[in-house]
Design a protein around this ligand. Structure first.
Ligand code: ADE
Length: 240
């Protein structure tokens, strides 16, 4: 899997994805990440990437040309390196919501190009010209697309072979099967007067499985009634 990020802050993206599990997987060659400076593609001496919005209004808009030229150059580099043409995704607050199902779909692509906007937005014409899709990481507004692109890169990379030391790990995680994860405990058995639930100490695997399943269902029902209803619908349609 190869991910490219087009951004005004390539060092910020590089530094985050050089750490921890993703950093190690990169160094071991399981995944590939390249960050590109959009400003390098400007045609003016000031290297300005933004301008005032037509029709008036607050703030500045990122212009189409530097983003377009950057993305076309990156697409050429990705194809020349023998990868398939990347899926081009603009990170915007107006995009479709990122979900675990979407991450799984993206992890099946050979390569992605994540484009980060800044200022008050991006000239719509470059989105029309290049975007396969727009994604949002939630119903709030960030100052730029970088944090959103990092969330996409992290959540997609962790699904790629070789990245997690225990690949079954993610099947238990919250959201993998549409439910939140059950609570987890480690040593000691008692901490500050709080005990680990008895069943987890019993060694009885069927009972532990059942307890975890119940906890997972109950947590989802209480904390995320929207996900719980979706889950019930899915289970009912599978059983009918
Ligand atoms: N850019 C600004 N806000 C964003 C969000 N919520 N998701 C993705 N990109 C964004």
């Amino acid at each position: 899997m190869r991910i490219d990020i087009a951004t005004l802050f390539p060092e910020m993206c590089e530094s985050v994805l050089n750490e921890s599990i993703i950093g190690r997987a990169r160094r071991r060659g399981h995944i590939e990440l390249h960050c590109h400076q959009i400003r390098d593609y400007t045609l003016n001496r000031q290297k300005q990437v933004d301008d005032y919005p037509y029709g008036g209004g607050h703030g500045m808009i990122m212009q189409a040309q530097p983003i377009y030229d950057c993305c076309m150059d990156v697409i050429g580099q990705v194809c020349a390196a023998g990868h398939e043409r990347p899926r081009v995704i603009f990170m915007t607050a107006a995009g479709a919501p990122l979900t675990e199902a979407k991450c799984r779909e993206l992890a099946r692509c050979g390569s992605l190009l994540l484009v980060c906007g800044h200022y008050e937005g991006v000239d719509e014409r470059v989105i029309e010209a290049l975007a396969d899709e727009e994604l949002s990481i939630g119903d709030y507004v960030l100052t730029g697309g970088e944090l959103a692109a990092l969330v996409v890169a992290d959540s997609v990379f962790r699904l790629c072979p070789g990245v997690l030391s225990c690949p079954e790990g993610y099947e238990d995680e919250s959201h993998y099967n549409g439910l939140l994860e059950y609570p987890q405990y480690s040593r000691p058995e008692e901490w500050n007067g709080r005990c680990v639930p008895e069943v987890l100490l019993s060694g009885h695997h069927a009972n532990i499985e059942r307890w975890r399943r119940e906890q997972s269902l109950e947590r989802t029902r209480l904390r995320r009634p929207d996900l719980y209803q979706e889950y019930l619908k899915k289970v009912n349609s599978e059983n009918s």
